[in-house]
Design a protein around this ligand. Structure first.
Ligand SMILES: [Zn+2]
Length: 206
């Protein structure tokens, strides 16, 4: 542990235990909307439905930001930004732990990621973008573009879980995570190990 070293961050194994216990991490045979097959599925809101669990996860993630000089020097004039509804409880939890001033969240409107109307240029503090899970990184990348278009600098980025196939930084800002998960996707049923084993498949939404 760097810095003061008094605030411990739970290990990846401890975080995975929480995700398993709450049902947020599931093992089986899953088919994504894009047709890919996997043996694991994360449904993060299952962990965030319990206030105590949500708090443990958000506080742990916040500690990864607090040790960053660029973040620590600018608090409390910082905005916590969620790319989507899934990241909103993460954003509120991280805001609370850091005592940051602002929270924003983007939403998908007519296929485009945007903030609500009247969120104007110049009003947004330097930003930390947080999400519950980063699978492809597209949501984060779109949010980075959105924030930059509003003229706000990005000083941090992170999620509870990041797939190792996703980017590890946005515009040179490293993506922090509590779990780095090496997910293996099979492009087709013909390649899928679970299909070969005859396991019943569950169709999942993003
Ligand atoms: Zn399969």
């Amino acid at each position: 542990m760097a810095g003061q070293g008094v605030q411990l961050i739970p290990s990846q194994e401890e975080i995975m235990q929480i995700l398993k216990r709450t049902g947020a991490f599931r093992e089986g045979h899953f088919v994504y909307p894009n047709g890919k097959h996997t043996a694991h599925y994360f449904q993060m809101p299952l962990a965030f439905r319990y206030y105590d669990t949500a708090r443990v996860l958000a506080v742990a993630l916040s500690r990864k930001f607090r040790v960053e000089r660029d973040v620590a020097s600018q608090l409390p004039k910082v905005a916590i930004i969620s790319p989507s509804s899934g990241g909103i409880p993460v954003a509120f939890g991280v805001r609370d732990a850091l005592s940051a001033e602002q929270i924003y969240w983007a939403e998908q409107e007519t296929g485009k990621r945007m903030f609500r109307q009247y969120i104007n240029q110049g009003e947004i503090n330097p930003c930390i973008i947080v999400d519950d899970i980063i699978r492809s990184g597209h949501a984060i990348e779109e949010t980075v573009e959105l924030v930059k278009s509003l003229g706000a600098p990005i000083i941090g980025c992170g999620a509870i879980v990041r797939f190792t196939s996703a980017p590890d930084n946005v515009d040179g800002v490293p993506i922090k995570s509590l779990v780095e998960f090496d997910e293996h996707f099979f492009d087709t049923a013909a390649e899928c190990v679970e299909c070969k084993a005859g396991a019943t498949e569950e169709h999942v939404r993003f």
